[in-house]
Each structure stands twice: as C-alpha cells, then as structure tokens.
Design a protein around this ligand. Sequence first.
Ligand code: KG4
Ligand code: ZN
Length: 351
Amino acid sequence: MKILSIESSCDETCAAVVEDGRKILSNVVASQIETHALYGGVVPEIASRAHSEAIYGVCEKALSDASLTMDDIDAVAVTNCPGLIGALLVGVNFAKSLAYAYNKPLIPVHHIKAHISAIYTVYNGEDGTKKLEPPFAALVASGGHTSLIGVDSYTDFRILGVTRDDAAGECFDKVARLLGFPYPGGAKMDAATYDGNNKAYKFSDAHVKDCPLDFSFSGLKTSAVNALHTAEQKGEEINREDFASSFTEAVVHAITSRIKILFESEGFTSKKLVIAGGVAANSHLRTALTSLCEKYGVELYLPPKKLCGDNGVMTGAQAYYEYMAVPEDKRTEAFSNLALNAYATKDCDKK
Ligand code: KG4
Ligand code: ZN
C-alpha cells in the first residue's frame, strides 16, 4: 500500500511516499528555517503562508522522486494534530482536496505517534536490519513535547511520563538564543559543546512529587536564563561553549535519570527503547542513552538524524498502521471524512 503523506505542523513543509509503513519511496522537506531565523523563532502566520506556497511543489516532488503519479497512490495521509493551527490547516486542506479529487482514502495522523513511527522505516527487517515491532517504550523529545510513551501496539499508546511545563527542545532553543546561536539553536549548540567544559556551570533538576517519570524543565530553563542575565548585569563574561556544554549535560541528565527509573521498573518488560523527535538528534543524548541501554541490557533503536525532526515519512508510516487497524469492511467509512479538522492540542481524539 503506497501512501502519500503530508506534514505541516510547524516550520517544515513535508511530503513523502511510504510503502506498507516500512519502505521510504520519497521524502521531501522544504524548510522555512531561514525565514524564521530573522525573528529568532517560528512566526505562526509566516509559517502558514510559507506552507501554502510550498505545499503543491513539495507534494509534486514527493510523487516524482518516487516515479509515481496520483493514480499509483492508495491513500493520502496528513498530520491533523497537534501543532500550529494555521500551519496544520494548510496540510489538512490540501490533503482533503487531493483525497476528494482522486477519490482516495484520507488518513488523519497524530504528530507525536508519527514521530515514533519513523523508526519502522529504519528497522524494517530489510538489508540485514532488525524488524522492530511493538511493544516498546519511546522517548519523544521535540520543540513542543517531551514524553515517555508505552507503545503497546502500532496504534495503542500510553503516556508513562510527560513534561509538566516546557519541552526539552524549547529549553535548548531558548538558552541557545540567549547565548547568541542562530535559530533553531538546538543543533548549533550541540556542535559548540565539544569546545566546552560540561562541569563549568551547575543547574538543578526538578522532580515531580510521586510521578518519577514526569519531567519539569522550566526550573532548569529559568536558572540558565537567570544566570545569563545576572552575568550580563554584572558585566561578567560567560564562556558560551562551557555554558552550552553544562546546560546540555543537565538536560541529558534530566532525561536519562527518568529513563533509568523506567528501566528499573517492574512493568518494563519489553526491554526495547525508541527515541524520536528533534532532540533525539542531540549527540550527547544519543551517547548517554547508548551506554544506559548497554548497562541495562535494553535494545536501543536510534533513528538517523534526518528522521528525528519533522518529515512526511513518519506520517506515512503511522498512517499505514492506522489504516490497517480498522477492519476492511469499515475502512471506506472511517477514512472518507472530508470534514476533517485540525487541532492545535495533542488531545485530538476528542472532537
Ligand atoms: O521534532 P521537531 O523537528 O519539531 C517539533 O515537533 O517540535 O523538533 C525541533 C526541536 C527544536 O527545539 C530543535 O532545537 C531541537 O529539536 N533539536 C535539537 C537538536 N536538533 C534539533 N536539540 C538538541 N540537540 C540537537 N542536536
Ligand atoms: Zn515534531
């Protein structure tokens, strides 16, 4: 089954063709980073307009890169939540038009579930790779989310731990911006850490009472912001690389300490961990989780960096399993909703 999948939840216009949820036939990402960098962050209105301009060309390229036309496509999939509402609406409306014009099923996809599912195209059992199947645990860390999720089946997801305030990526971006790294700062700050001392500055990790798997990053972010402002007021110089390195160490520690608790819990029987989302590209997080998993005898499934950030492949992978989860005789009705809407919040199951 070949699915043309569209993702426009934030600042990248993406389309891909994915076969049977596992095989990437094309993957096109039009980034708006340069436009938003001027403002130091994503401007939602500008993002929506840029999606409108790019979406036709991106979808056309996804088809031509796969040497396919719409006649070869079995279904259209689209991220419809969560994300920037204006940005999501561009993808949703374009997908609805395609589905209507070509009489194809329309599959709505949840962005966080999709981030996790990108991994199925990597560990797909081909070319000597393992074939990853649920159950497993997943860490999703991106600009808007930080969660530990129990993936019980391809379509059953359970929140094990979640951030009570800011997301890890948001903290990286904020601190990177104050340190003078251009937007989006996460990746640039990651590179700079190699010239710094990760013990030069101290940051404290906040824990949520009685919820050992929950995260809280706002205290960490505020203490970094305050340290930078205080230094500025006193005219003291901050070593940018040392600060970036120490802050990264604190975020990585906050994440790995929760995962360690998960590994030690009785319920963690799958012994498999997937990491996903933009922050999964962080080199220190990848190294730290590799050694933690080795220590606990857990299989770690790392996506390549290009599948960590937003892309259409992840949407197409999850869409396939959403489609397959519905009995064959119910699919026409389930996947023909041309009144499909977009939702900014993650609770998109509630209409
Ligand atoms: O998943 P994603 O592309 O978009 C969202 O759904 O939010 O994640 C983007 C986030 C940004 O906050 C970005 O700074 C962060 O991922 N990021 C990184 C790295 N690469 C991207 N954070 C830390 N280290 C990196 N290497
Ligand atoms: Zn994302």
